[in-house]
Design a protein around this ligand. Sequence first.
Ligand code: CA
Length: 410
Amino acid sequence: MLAAYPARLLTGIFSMWAMFTPAGAEDFDAWKESFRATAIAQGISAELYDQEMASVSKIPRVMELNGAQPEFTKAVWQYLEIAVSEKRVSDGRNNMALHEDLLAEIETAYGVDAEVIAAIWGLESSYGRIMGDYDTLSALATLGHEGRRITFGRSQLIAALKILQNDYADRATLKGSWAGAMGQTQFIPTTYLAYAVDYDGDGHRDLWGNHGDVFASTANYLSRSGYIANDPWGFEITLPEGFDYAIADRGNRQSLAFWQGLGVIRANGTALSDNADLNADAAIILPAGANGPAFIILQNFRAILRYNNSTSYALGISLLSDQLAGRDTSLVKPWPVQDRPLNLEERKALQQALSDKGYNPGPVDGIIGAGTRKALRQWQKDQGLPADGYASALILARLMPEPSQPQNNE
Ligand SMILES: [Ca+2]
């Protein structure tokens, strides 16, 4: 709450409370009481609100995590080492064998390949081993009370109360991550309400303990996000000499025929049109810039992005699912491991340098978003460099050369 209003206004109001109240507990209770009307207006019964919210308390660890800014960004290859580790692949194969019949049944029912359901299961909760142990209502109320996720926390809290009101799950079961992701599928409450499935028909959407509900919910989410059965997520490609890296962007969707016309081929040397529909809607991504491997991404990659809107995540799911299905995932072009990603201060320095040079990267906040990438691409283009918009240590060094050494006049 504090962040949303001018500090000046609040100092007067809260300074007296602060003198008497430890850690804002009364403030939180007052907020719970004031949020009651909002919840009721959105369809939560007063009785349920009072009953469930009485035991909701603020979680200090959630406040801490909510306030933290990521210091380091993992390079995509570091992320993939964890996402597609040998253990996750072998655990995945074992779990797929264990649930073979159920996965086959759900694959047919929803038109989503079993290995992709399993890969999501493996990355979200390590096949149900790690689901998070925070009381979801308390975690969401903590986020909804103050900090930078107020809107998210409040809307998800209402959705979580609806889950209880509909008796899809009970209060003791409703546990998950500090940010409200629940169960083996790590659905946030609004996703749960929209996509979770009671596959075994017992009246509960049990994403914590029932494998049918878990797999069907994931499959349902992917299916409704446009997943096409038996279609590849994409593949590694080789770009032609003189390729304009500025058009390699998740948002620049063209037909496969368009990319083929530019001279793009598969990394194994065959044509894009091999076993593929030339009308397919395709984009090119360079997860580690022009020095790393390039990929064509298709509809199924976009469906996975709906689950979690991160290129690294979708690539992790895609490569893990290939491994689980026994397909080769070795890359022709290696990751540029010598070019490390930037830490928070360096990301800000890169934004400041772009801004100083008259490019417009948006606010200097250390978050490399679309605005920063666009400004970086423009600068790269003006310098005659590949315009990949990839913020790394090497590009920062070019953008901010060390001050030149004083001339040594002997
Ligand atoms: Ca069920």
